[in-house]
Design a protein around this ligand. Structure first.
Ligand code: NAD
Length: 496
């Protein structure tokens, strides 16, 4: 008998562990509390899972602290091979992970498959990096000492992830922590915890020892993680999420001088110069704006376009946006899924309404879509006045505000007029101009004639209030290592 789509979804959901992973065992929350995970395309419950209490959080850190010493001494090759087996398993089960992400987060299946490829690559990349945590040996300048440096795992880490990339945000932290020899407590976002639950089981099946990764989904994030941050057995927090929550965690982390990595919000400018290939810029704009329905920290949030090409760019962009198809992510024809919840959709509409009241002109869209789920129409707004709220806040939705500029200085000034500094995109055929603008933009990531640049082999992270630290690349491993210096007395002293 051929399995129907509903059967396939149910079979997959039946395979997702619903407990807390603590010390290698899936178990119920203390007191038995659970919470529902919802399908944002329908508002219906997909699955109920254990809702961790502060006591469960402590038990998770107990397990991580107990496992740290032997895990830190496990040979790097062995740790790398666990990651490699996990890469193979996630890749072999790509359809399953893609469907699960599409169900809980809403993104179209094709995009979810793209995230599986991107997210799995962190496992392969760090399986290779695990054996390259090198120190050095050298003579001190005056010759009296030998300088030996040793890379050691930082120790037990608290990893907190957002809902928008359920697999990739987890692998981007877990893979380097495993490669470095750190144990972990993972707190996934309560809106999309199911992918992390399934992925944690994949890691266990790949041979990850008990206690190395502990997973505590909860609806009481602050109550569960607060005491962990103040616990002196915790050695690092790596957080991906909004800037306001990041600020609060940084304040808490200062009490124990906890090492921190912060991947926070963005407000990416997308600059189109008069010498750009406008068709390529429109393609880039679609990717930079619409990947993940605009719910990405790197999403183009403001389009700054030179006056000479503004009309051509805006018209072509609006046409492409109009041709998109809204729907449940699991449907073949869908190119735009729902937003994550009613609150997000209402915030997007509030920003659009305020911009239109201030004089912006909708070329397409401008309102929520009718019917079930949290859908918003793909929207392009022309003539958005400088200083409007929509240019200052993360939109996190399928809305593209366009502002016109006249020269390079004005473009750079507008682009940098934000507290954020994560990503920017520049479209120009003049390479010198592209590099020059790149040097002037206050961002950690720059797409030069490219709308999507995230890659496991490259360092990802921001400046200003977009955070600190880098994930991916060779930099990603060093976030989980501390350097110990051993000063050795001069081996020639005896002969002097
Ligand atoms: P959020 O800040 O609301 O939540 C992020 C995570 O923090 C979730 O797991 C949440 O449960 C947890 N959390 C919330 N309050 C907490 C508290 N008081 N103590 C401890 N944990 C707490 O963000 P979100 O809505 O899940 O994600 C969207 C945000 O994430 C956007 O601002 C986006 O730009 C940002 N983001 C950044 C990156 C990056 O790499 N820079 C990547 C993806 C998303």
């Amino acid at each position: 008998m051929v399995a129907t789509i509903a059967d396939r979804e149910k079979e997959l959901l039946d395979r997702v562990p619903t407990g807390l992973l603590i010390g290698g065992q899936w178990r119920d929350a203390t007191g038995g509390a659970t919470f529902d995970v919802e399908d944002p395309a329908t508002g219906r419950t997909l699955l109920s899972i254990a809702d961790a209490s502060p006591e469960d959080g402590k038990a998770a850190l107990d397990a991580a602290a107990a496992a740290q010493e032997s895990w830190g001494r496990t040979p790097a090759r062995e740790r790398g091979e666990i990651l490699r087996r996990a890469f193979d398993a996630v890749t072999a089960r790509a359809d399953e992970f893609a469907l699960l992400m599409s169900l809980e987060m809403g993104k179209p299946l094709a995009e979810a498959k793209g995230e599986v490829t991107y997210g799995a690559e962190f496992l392969r990349w760090f399986s290779e990096e695990a054996v390259r945590a090198f120190g050095r040996y050298s003579a001190s300048p005056e010759g009296k000492l030998r300088v030996l440096t040793v890379k050691k795992p930082v120790g037990p880490c608290l990893l907190i992830t957002p809902w928008n990339f359920p697999l990739a945000m987890a692998t981007r932290k877990i893979a380097p922590a495993i490669a470095a020899g750190c144990t972990m407590v993972l707190k996934p976002a309560a809106l999309t915890p199911l992918t992390s639950q399934l992925f944690a089981q994949v890691l266990m099946d790949a041979g990850l020892p008990a206690g190395v990764l502990n997973v505590v989904a909860t609806t009481s994030a602050g109550k569960v993680t607060g005491p962990l941050i103040k616990d002196d057995r915790l050695r690092k927090i790596s957080f991906t999420g909004s800037t306001p929550v990041g600020r609060r965690l940084l304040a808490d982390a200062s009490e124990t001088v906890l090492r921190t990595s912060m991947e926070l919000g963005g407000n990416a400018p997308f600059l189109v110069f008069e010498d750009a290939d406008v068709d390529a810029a429109v393609e880039g704009a679609m990717a930079a704006k619409m990947r993940n329905m605009g719910e990405a920290c790197t999403a183009a949030n403001r389009f700054l376009v030179h006056r000479d090409v503004a009309e051509q760019f805006s018209t072509a962009f609006a046409e492409k946006m109009k041709a998109l198809t809204l729907g449940r992510g699991t449907e073949e024809s869908t190119t735009v899924g729902p937003l994550i919840d009613a609150k997000s959709r209402d915030k997007v509409h509030e920003l659009v309404t305020a911009a239109v009241e201030d004089g912006a002109k909708p070329l397409v869209g401008g309102a929520p879509a009718e019917g079930d789920g949290y859908f918003y129409q793909p929207t392009v707004l022309a003539d958005v006045p400088a200083g409007n709220r929509i240019l200052q806040e993360e939109i996190f939705g399928p809305v593209a505000p366009i502002t016109v500029f006249d020269d390079e200085d004005e473009a750079v000034r507008l682009a940098n007029a934000t507290e954020y500094g994560l990503a920017a995109y520049v479209f120009t055929k003049d390479l010198n101009r592209g590099l020059r603008i790149g040097e002037r933009l206050e961002v950690g990531l720059l797409g030069l004639n490219a709308g999507v640049i995230s890659n496991a082999a490259a360092p990802f992270g921001g400046v200003k209030q977009s955070g600190m630290g880098r994930e991916g690349g060779t930099e990603g491993l060093s976030e989980y290592l501390s350097t110990q210096y051993v000063g050795i007395s001069d081996p020639w002293a005896d002969l002097a």
